[in-house]
Design a protein around this ligand. Structure first.
Ligand code: NOJ
Length: 713
């Protein structure tokens, strides 16, 4: 018989209702999950409705049994976990995976992660992270899809489809939590948890669209961000949570706070005590209080004092119960935990995702590695660092299980001798020695430097003020570069990191530099695939790569200025001590093949707001390898009532071409997607000329362009 939620709600005491709005921790240790006695007692009493940080089919079945068989009403728990880039099988960090520009891949890795998480009893994942980030000082840039709203919208749709599948009741599906709403990536100075103060236009054009896309994709839940937006903490932001999410976007899912964020309303200085914090969050529309006891401690008092109405609490409880029902949690303690073990396709998917995420930044001919190489020096603290390859969210993966770069290369090049030395530690201070690494470099035919950050240097609470190589890595790299130069040995640098690093000296001197990010379980194999050309690199930067920290915030979709840069004119926009362009533009990424674009054409010369525009372009692979090209379609509204960005990404497409062959890529674009918010923030479509361009990156000097005329409606 179908469960009637209204009847269930009517049978609940206030304490049980608040319990459904309370998320507690099932603590975990390296060895596996451990549940504390107090949490069990609270579940039995109906005072906890969801848990986080817990996994394991046996453990979760046991705790569900307590909820469903030993509590008065037998309501199952939601179990949430941070499955940002894989659950047991760890995939590349989202920033890296974004560089694949491949929605089918984005969906496939989310699908695989959901299957593994669900098999482990997890029913909710705190992902995808949809924060646009244009400031690589912010460590959480690693968790999102980069700088662009269009890309992040596509990423949102693919990830949600992957996590949630067709139906949440599917035992391999989990509820997705789109986070962190909103503008968290605009944290001042790139400092995690710091205020953001962005314009209404930036909210509408940059930060909110990914959440609108998530809602359209049927996202089950949304998490408000920790920080305050122009003084109003997002956890208490009535206009955006209740006004925009609930009313304007008609979001009917669950809003789950971030960790302890309700109690932090006191630290923000907007609530005097937990009761006031609970009132603010409830009024704004937060359903689940993650890890602060504000709802549990504050709501009974707030109700008694008439500060909130029981119907408001009921509405939240109803949404939570509804989600539990949709997830099929009422159907039995073993929901999801029915599927045992991982799918054998997952290592292959992890390897493919990883190699597609790698971006070849520079190459002066050192790559691909020659098959005749017999002696390679593999130098640097990231070379034999399996524990770092997973990046910031290791989830339930076994950190030491990842394939290191050394092991990947050894497997790919059995006939070569690989001399390995760390040279230095990632951070300052241990016994590793630059001097000991140099003789290995001297003996080798080619030097590969494995440089970068440790996994813990990106992700949450990992902001950096400097974006160079930590510790003494620059010293190590320069010693190897000097030696390589002296002895005529090519030097290839691999950068493991959760963000772009500002290393103009390295890009200047190395024979090739590869962004290898944090690639997950199969990192070493994927890197070897690319270095040996077993896989021709396809990754393209999902962000503009800065030369210097002083260029931040950096992104391609800037507005025109009245004084565009001109080298011969002093009074134009620029830095007097640094180039104005990024080190590498958005979309940059080399292949071992050379591609060109020809014959960019549109199906019509003019259009109206209801039309669909069709574009085509020919792509040529000039060889010498089979390869895949990624093409970006940009638009620029040349004259409008509000200055529009010089480039706005409207579409991206990929085409696989054998060496020497050509093919056509076609893009369809609804003219309505060229509308923007006018000076009054209402959507408007203005007649006039639009420039469209296609290119392999966001450097307009290399684009194919055409102009079309938008006519009056
Ligand atoms: C805090 C983080 O901001 C959020 O992204 C995460 O989901 C929660 N902690 C739970 O771990």
């Amino acid at each position: 018989m179908a469960l009637d939620l209204k009847t269930l709600l009517a049978a609940m005491t206030l304490e049980e209702k608040i319990g459904q709005l309370t998320m507690a921790a099932g603590s975990y240790a390296v060895t596996g999950p451990i549940i504390g006695g107090d949490v069990e007692a609270a579940i039995r009493a109906g005072r906890v409705g969801s848990l986080l940080n817990l996994w394991g089919a046996t453990e979760i079945a046991a705790i569900q049994k307590i909820a469903m068989e030993e509590s008065r009403l037998g309501i199952p728990l939601i179990v949430g976990f941070d499955v940002l880039h894989g659950h047991r099988t760890i995939f590349p960090i989202p920033l890296a995976e974004a560089c694949a520009f491949d929605p089918a891949l984005w969906k496939a890795t989310a699908r695989a992660a959901a299957g593994e998480a669900a098999a482990d009893g997890v029913s909710m994942v705190f992902a995808p992270m949809l924060d646009i980030a244009r400031d690589p000082r912010w460590g959480r840039i690693a968790e999102g899809a980069g700088e662009d709203p269009f890309v992040t919208c596509e990423f949102a749709k693919a990830k949600i489809a992957g996590f949630q599948g067709e139906d949440l009741a599917d035992p391999a599906a989990v509820a997705a939590v789109a986070k962190h709403f909103c503008a968290y990536g605009a944290a001042e100075g790139g400092r995690d948890y710091a205020s953001a103060d962005v314009s209404e236009r930036a909210l509408h054009e940059i930060y909110m669209p990914p959440f609108a896309a998530a809602i359209e994709a049927g996202c089950a839940a949304i998490m408000p961000a920790f920080m305050d937006l122009a003084g109003v903490p997002m956890t208490a932001h009535q206009p955006l949570l209740r006004g925009w999410l609930r009313e304007a976007q008609r979001f009917e899912g669950v809003i789950v706070s971030d960790y302890n964020a309700l109690a932090e309303l006191m630290q923000h200085g907007v609530a005097a005590d937990l009761t006031a914090a609970a009132v603010l969050a409830l009024r704004a529309g937060v359903d689940i209080d993650m890890m602060s006891s504000a709802y549990a401690d504050g709501l009974p008092q707030a109700l008694a004092r008439g500060l909130v109405a029981e119907e408001e609490i009921d509405a939240c409880v109803h949404r939570v119960l509804k989600l539990k029902q949709r997830l099929g949690l009422f159907d039995g303690v073993l929901r999801g935990a029915r599927r045992q073990g991982g799918d054998s396709a997952e290592p292959a998917l992890a390897r493919d995702a990883a190699r597609r995420s790698i971006v070849l930044l520079t190459n002066h001919g050192a790559l691909p590695l020659s098959p005749t190489l017999r002696k390679i020096a593999l130098i640097g603290p990231l070379a034999e660092a399996a524990g770092e390859m997973d990046g910031p969210w290791g989830a339930a993966g076994d950190r030491n299980d990842a394939v290191s770069i050394l092991n990947g290369l050894k497997a790919a090049l059995p006939a070569a001798e690989i001399f390995y030395a760390a040279g230095v530690a990632i951070k300052e201070g241990d016994a590793a020695s630059i001097a000991e690494a140099m003789p290995l470099c001297a003996e080798a035919e080619l030097i590969i430097l494995c440089l970068g950050e440790s996994a813990e240097m990106s992700g949450e609470a990992a902001s950096r003020a400097e974006l160079g190589l930590p510790g003494r890595q620059r010293e190590l790299a320069e010693a190897a570069l000097d030696l390589g130069q002296k002895l005529g040995r090519p030097v290839v640098a691999l950068l493991s990191s959760g963000r772009p690093l500002t290393l103009p000296w390295l890009f200047e001197r190395a024979d090739a530099v590869v962004a290898t990010w944090f690639l997950g379980a199969e990192a070493g194999h994927a890197i070897a695939d690319v270095l040996t050309a077993r896989f021709n690199p396809v990754g393209r930067l999902a962000l503009s790569w800065p030369r210097a920290v002083g260029q931040i915030p950096i992104y391609y979709a800037r507005r025109p200025t009245g004084r565009p840069f001109a080298a011969e004119d002093h009074y134009t926009t620029k830095y007097i001590d640094c180039a104005v362009e990024p080190q590498f533009p958005f979309g940059h990424g080399l292949s071992y093949s050379r591609f060109s674009l020809e014959k960019f054409a549109a199906g019509r010369q003019s259009f109206r707001s209801g039309d669909t525009l069709h574009f085509s372009v020919e792509v040529h692979n000039h060889g010498p390898f089979d390869g895949e090209a990624t093409v970006f379609l940009f638009a620029h509204d040349l004259v409008a009532s509000v200055a529009r960005p010089v480039l706005e990404l409207k579409r991206f497409g990929k085409i696989a071409l054998p060496a020497g062959e050509s093919g056509a890529l076609c893009f369809a674009l609804a003219a309505s997607e060229l509308a923007f918010r006018g000076a009054d923030f209402q959507p408007c479509f203005e007649p006039g000329a639009f420039a469209f361009s296609v290119g392999f990156d966001a450097d307009p000097s290399r684009h194919r362009k055409l102009t079309l005329e938008a006519l009056e409606r």
